[in-house]
Design a protein around this ligand. Structure first.
Ligand code: EPZ
Length: 417
């Protein structure tokens, strides 16, 4: 297994271009199942999760052509309704094929995704929504078996606003008979991006980006050529890296309007964020001020930025409280940060962070995607050498992260395992 080694103490300077958004690309690539013919997707990030998605789509019968950050998909040959355990266990977001398979093949057999390091990650709301559209659903032997004669539009209320649940139901409803209204829908930018792509394919979706989405079913969709939006979490990660190291980093090809909560919180720490179109210049403060944060559904502070922000608070001047309200076990990075000298106490879904002058480099273990990123960030400011093991977690969601940091002046390298 590869590891990444960082020598701390370098402040970051220069420019970094943000890749396409993993959490927009995954549902958009899956939406190719909804039409016959070649779809072309550009600005697709080169990530393990993208490769897992393409393997799954191929397994279902789609034809795939891969280029550099470009993917072409033709689902005319879609003929297999089964997403096997072996494929789904690699990536939970494979559950997104459920809606499109029901819409196109009227049946689906998808392995239950199971939990992951950050929580149980139930999918009950996905299944409840599909049942409201007329699907009959059984769960047995670790598989979801769903079938329907014809999906029928209906009103669906999500007890909890769920990102992939909203995406799954949008993709099931676009070819259903009649009108579907999703209430308490999630409105992360990735959902609006998916709806934009589906509307370009001929769907009739209104209200995406708000908590109430109305989908008028249509008879068929046509293939499309689109570009994936920039990854707001990758951008946020580099913003924190600049803030952390007293750096001066310009982040290009990003969407500052997707990062309002992160920009607001970073500004309160004394970090300067200068927005210029699709670029953001981020200048770290001499002294980092402590700021409390609570993760919330969009447009609140994103849970996917919680671990990264905790690193910043662990070397701030003062005391802060970080509350995680989305997932039940998203403080795995705390024990590793404490090994690097951070003063953090966890009680329930809150972490109390007492800033310290310096972190000290150590061998640490990555556990989930964003926790891995936080360990890299900690290594950037720690005294001495930090060795982050199991970086395959990182490769799921960040394209060539060590090369991007090295270009900004960090002393970081990957050692092939
Ligand atoms: C998406 O996961 C993202 N993944 C996650 O990013 C992100 O952290 C999360 O949304 C929250 O923003 C992708 O988009 C591929 P949810 P998702 O359904 O859709 C509960 C990353 O690092 N819930 O919005 O799985 C659930 O337990 C990943 O890129 C149910 O109870 O998250 C959680 O508490 C990590 N029943 C809350 O809703 C359901 O049926 C929000 O989860 C579905 C969800």
């Amino acid at each position: 297994m590869d590891k990444i080694i960082i020598e701390g103490g370098h402040s970051l300077k220069g420019e970094v271009r943000i890749s396409g958004a993993k959490n927009a690309a995954l549902p958009i690539l899956v939406s190719s199942l909804l039409a016959d013919g070649w779809n072309t997707y550009t600005n697709v990030p080169g990530l393990k999760d993208i490769e897992s998605t393409l393997l799954l789509l191929e397994n279902l019968g789609a034809k795939i052509e891969r280029g550099k950050n470009t993917v072409r998909i033709d689902a005319s040959g879609l003929n297999n309704p089964e997403a096997s355990y072996d494929l789904v266990r690699k990536m939970r977001a494979s559950i997104l094929v459920l809606g499109p398979l029901l819409a196109r093949l009227k049946e689906a057999k998808v392995s239950l995704p199971g939990g992951c390091a950050i929580g149980a990650r139930p999918i009950n709301l996905h299944l409840k929504g599909l049942a409201r559209l007329g699907a009959s659903i059984e769960v047995e032997h670790g598989y979801i078996k769903a079938s329907v004669d014809c999906l029928k539009g209906n009103s669906i209320y999500f007890d909890i606003s769920t990102v992939t649940g909203t995406e799954n139901l949008i993709m099931a409803a676009v070819l259903a008979d009649g009108v579907t209204v999703l209430r308490n829908a999630a409105y992360e930018p990735e959902i609006l991006a998916l709806a934009d792509v589906l509307n370009k394919m001929g769907a009739d979706i209104k209200g995406a980006g708000t908590s109430e989405i109305t989908i008028q079913g249509v008879s068929s969709l046509k293939p499309v050529s689109v570009s994936i939006i920039p990854d707001r979490i990758e951008a946020g990660t580099f913003m924190v890296a600049s803030a952390l190291t007293g750096g001066d980093v310009t982040i290009t090809d990003c969407r500052s309007d997707h990062l309002e909560a992160v920009i607001h919180k970073l500004s309160l720490t004394g970090t300067k964020v200068i927005i210029d179109g699709s670029n953001m210049r981020v200048k770290g403060p001499d002294k980092i001020k402590s700021v409390d944060v609570k993760t919330l559904p969009y447009p609140g502070f994103p849970t996917d930025m919680q671990a990264q922000f905790m690193v910043l608070m662990s070397v701030a001047c003062g005391f802060s409280i970080i509350s995680e309200t989305i997932f039940e076990n998203r403080f795995i990075h705390v024990s590793e940060l404490r090994r690097m000298g951070a003063q953090i106490k966890v009680s329930g879904n809150s972490a109390m962070v007492q800033g310290v002058k310096k972190l000290s480099g150590a061998p640490v273990m990555a556990s989930d995607l964003r926790a891995s990123a936080s360990l890299i960030l900690a290594g950037l400011v720690a005294e001495g050498k930090t060795e982050v093991n199991r970086v395959y977690h990182l490769d799921r969601g960040y394209q060539s992260i060590e090369a991007k940091f090295a270009k900004l002046g960090a002393a970081v390298k990957r050692v092939k395992g």
